[in-house]
Design a protein around this ligand. Structure first.
Ligand code: ADP
Ligand code: MG
Length: 347
């Protein structure tokens, strides 16, 4: 049974839809990322889940109970949900220990048990030495650990995180990924993690819901989003590469489609019989000097171990990897293989 379930969930503000007909099921212990550009409705979905907003229509179930629906509304404090914001939202006048103890005080947990659980939560987030510090004496990464410890301490049904790393610099973000992964492994909590950063979503989540304009476009494991996007938006938003139009010219014996892509016939996999576009990932491109499809090298960056090339092929920009350095402006031959094709709803 799903731990968290959205059924036909919609939310409008002043008649303007922020979420439209969201349907999704999240299993107990799953780490799910909500990924999409600014304004697509990610925070609204979290706020509905937490109980800070009421849906315009539809229903939310949490742990088998309806917490929001046409005839019911469970207030936030009764949902047993932990929340971590971008802004940390720590009590400035309470110590680290006091901040983490707060949810237990509210729940009237006896002092001895409270102290033991706070110590455990601080140890788990690497904060054992910081219990007496005030939030103002901590770095951004440490503050976000306090916010995590404060969630962890009351053993919530689900933890909601709204762009928790947006205020941290790049190096710290990478090390915080480890902290979140470890937190998830240790607590087995159901996690809903909002981000507009695709690399963060792909790195952390078991499954990613890609959102655009108030809708979920695709909800799948990171490798499925990357390999088998359902439309141009997902293909363009997740992962490197290009999206180009394709024309069906036939079918091969193993029922794969033969598509004309950039003037070349290429075998393609697809979930639909009438695809309109293909996603061309770097892995789908082989470079050779004599291939008839010609590309012009726009840029060449050394990644360590290999080079990343930006190529212009008939006005389309493709990304390819190469063992060898290429010069800007050089002409190289491109072979495409095993493309993924889909039908774009707007095509
Ligand atoms: P995201 O978190 O993906 O950036 P939001 O959920 O914050 O997006 O916002 C989705 C849409 O709903 C936006 O168009 C935003 O302006 C609108 N919106 C969000 N909250 C409110 C509110 N309290 N009042 C009016 N409009 C809102
Ligand atoms: Mg937001």
């Amino acid at each position: 049974m799903a731990e968290l379930e959205f059924s036909n969930l919609s939310k409008s503000f002043d008649g303007l839809p922020a979420l439209q007909d969201i349907n999704a099921q999240i299993a107990s212990g799953e780490f799910v990322a909500l990924l999409g550009p600014s304004g697509c409705g990610k925070t609204t979905l979290l706020r509905l889940t937490a109980g800070f907003e009421q849906p315009t229509s539809g229903q939310i179930n949490l742990g088998g109970n309806t917490v929001a629906g046409p005839n019911s509304f469970v207030p936030p404090e009764e949902r047993e949900i932990g929340i971590v914001f971008q802004s940390y939202a720590l009590w400035p006048h309470k110590s680290v220990f006091g901040n983490v103890a707060y949810p237990l005080e509210v729940r009237r947990v006896p002092r001895a048990e409270r102290e033991a659980r706070v110590k455990e939560a601080l140890a788990l987030t690497g904060l054992s030495a910081f219990g007496d510090r005030m939030p103002s004496q901590l770095s951004g990464g440490q503050r976000q650990r306090v916010a995590l410890a404060r969630c962890l301490v009351f053993d919530p049904r689900a933890v909601l995180l709204d762009e928790p790393l947006a205020n941290l610099d790049l190096a710290l973000r990478a090390s915080m990924h480890e902290v979140f992964s470890m937190f998830h492994r240790r607590t087995q909590a159901t996690m809903l993690y909002v981000t507009h950063d695709q690399s963060e979503a792909l790195a952390l989540a078991d499954r990613v819901a890609v959102m655009e304009a108030g809708k979920i476009r695709q909800f799948a494991a990171p490798e499925v989003l990357y390999r088998e996007p359902v439309d141009c938006f997902v293909a363009g938003f997740v992962g490197d590469g290009a999206v180009v139009s394709a024309e069906i010219t036939g079918r091969s014996e193993n029922k794969n489609l033969i598509l004309k892509v950039l003037g070349q016939e290429v075998q393609s996999r697809s979930a639909t019989a009438e695809p309109s576009h293909v996603s061309i990932r770097p892995e789908a491109i082989t470079l050779s000097s004599d291939a008839p499809l010609r590309a012009k090298v726009i840029s060449c960056t050394y990644l360590g171990g290999r080079f990343r090339l930006t190529l212009d092929v008939a006005g389309e920009t493709l990304i390819a990897f190469s063992e060898h350095r290429a010069s800007i402006g050089e002409s190289v031959g491109v072979t495409l293989h095993d493309l993924w094709a889909f039908r774009d709803p707007d095509a």
